[in-house]
Design a protein around this ligand. Structure first.
Ligand code: PMT
Length: 401
């Protein structure tokens, strides 16, 4: 995800410095090259040796360092970097960076850099809320610095509130998002994902094996590509992707209401959900007993077809459907696409698509079939997002971004 990216990771002196060690490992695992620079205070929290062992590179802590050819790591490091990430960034560091001070290695790096600067603030909630910090953060944003977090929760000092550094996994996702080409900048995407659950009684229902992975991967890829993304999710256990607004629903009818409430705003609607085609005519108000009431008979009613309804609106967004089939993928997927009047449908076989982390998909449009190589769902999601962006650009008479 970060293959070939050269990251200078600056660590300042806060308790969250220990998480920077995990962050170093995750960045390396994502394919990045990592050079760590520590403030003197950070070196008091976590030993430079820890970072050296993890990154495989000598650690810089001082403004003057004879190990660098010109003795000036604040120049050399940033010239060879794609991004400078300060995590954790203390209130003290933010204040000095906002003022353009350069009295230690990390502030000098920030001032002398020739690459983007990202900061992940970490501090006590009162320090974060203090007007001085608000001013400093606003100044940094105005200077083009990307501020990641902080998030809210229990703090090392025992208080609870906003000021916790984003977890290392989240920071890696934020970096991936930062580097992703913004091919959907300015577009609003509405997606559905996961199964629906149609209640039979308070504990039983009709559903399917959709995990939500394909839809959540698409939501994440679209948000990384600069779109504003709303994801309407059936009952799944997937974490909400970074930067995505999520609305949880249970049944097809709830999903329909959630979609119709928001579709007027959307430029693109991607219907990945495996919506149950039928629901029980009536859900029992109490648990159906096994013995006392004999064999229950289920009367079924058809569910509304959300995608067909959206595509039939007087001014529909650009609609992308999905089709999961057991066989005859091209014939069935193209028939669905034409029946629902969609410019694009993504076909997959149920044995490839449902549940797992990988998939094999074919894009079907008026011109025919366009297979994508078998890949993990995150990779496919990026390719599908690129493909949608190219189609939007063509529709709008623009060159693809
Ligand atoms: O969630 P995962 O485990 O990652 O699995 C991903 C997936 C296999 C669910 C996904 O890739 C996929 O194929 N989704 C569509 C599932 C499906 O069976 O769709 P369908 O052929 O029933 O419906 C065709 C299209 O109409 C779909 O875009 C569907 O969202 C939409 N539809 C269907 C019925 C309905 N009542 N309303 C709808 O909007």
């Amino acid at each position: 995800m970060l293959q070939g990216k050269r990251i200078v990771l600056g660590v300042t002196g806060g308790v969250a410095a220990y998480k920077a060690a995990v962050l170093t490992r995750l960045l390396l695992a994502a394919g990045a090259e990592v050079q760590v620079a520590l403030s003197e205070a950070a070196a008091g929290f976590v030993s430079p040796m820890t970072f050296q062992a993890l990154s495989g590179k000598p650690i810089m802590t001082r403004l003057e360092d004879a190990r660098v050819d010109n003795g000036m790591p604040h120049i050399t490091l940033s010239r060879a970097a794609d991004a400078l990430l300060i995590a954790p960034a203390t209130a003290h560091f933010l204040a000095r960076a906002a003022q353009g001070l350069a009295d230690d290695l990390l502030t000098a790096l920030a001032l002398a850099r020739a690459c983007p600067l990202l900061v992940a603030p970490a501090m006590n909630r009162q320090m974060w809320e203090h007007p001085a910090t608000r001013r400093n953060v606003a100044q940094l944003r105005a200077d083009g610095v990307t501020v990641l977090g902080p998030c809210s929760g229990l703090q090392a000092c025992g208080e609870e509130g906003e000021g916790r550094m984003l977890e290392p996994e989240m920071l890696v996702k934020a970096l991936v998002a930062f580097f992703a080409p913004k091919v959907l900048a300015g577009e609003k995407l509405l997606l559905t994902a996961g199964p629906t659950f149609e209640a039979i009684d308070p504990v039983r229902g009709l559903t399917n094996l959709s995990s939500g992975r394909m839809g959540f991967a698409l939501a994440e890829a679209a948000a990384n590509a600069g779109a504003s993304v709303t994801l309407i999710a059936g009952p799944v256990a997937q974490p909400t992707p970074f930067g995505v607004e999520r609305i949880d629903v249970v049944s097809a009818r709830e999903m329909r209401v959630a979609v119709l409430e928001r579709v007027a705003e959307a430029d693109v609607f991607v219907s990945v959900a495996a919506v149950a085609d039928y629901r029980p005519a009536q859900a029992a108000g109490r648990k159906i007993k096994k013995d006392a009431e004999g064999l229950p008979m289920l009367e079924l009613l058809p569910n509304p077809d959300i995608l067909a309804e959206v595509a039939a609106l007087p001014q529909p967004p650009f609609c992308v459907g999905f089709a999961a089939e057991s066989e005859n993928l091209e014939t069935y997927a193209q028939a669905k696409r034409r029946r629902k009047k969609l410019p694009l449908i993504v076909g997959n076989l149920i044995q490839d698509g449902f549940g797992g982390v990988s998939n094999r998909v074919i894009l079907f449009d008026d011109a025919g079939a366009h297979p994508l190589p078998f890949a993990d769902k995150a990779t496919l999601a990026r390719q599908i997002v690129d493909n949608i962006a190219q189609r939007l650009a063509r529709n709008q008479g623009k060159e693809p971004a």
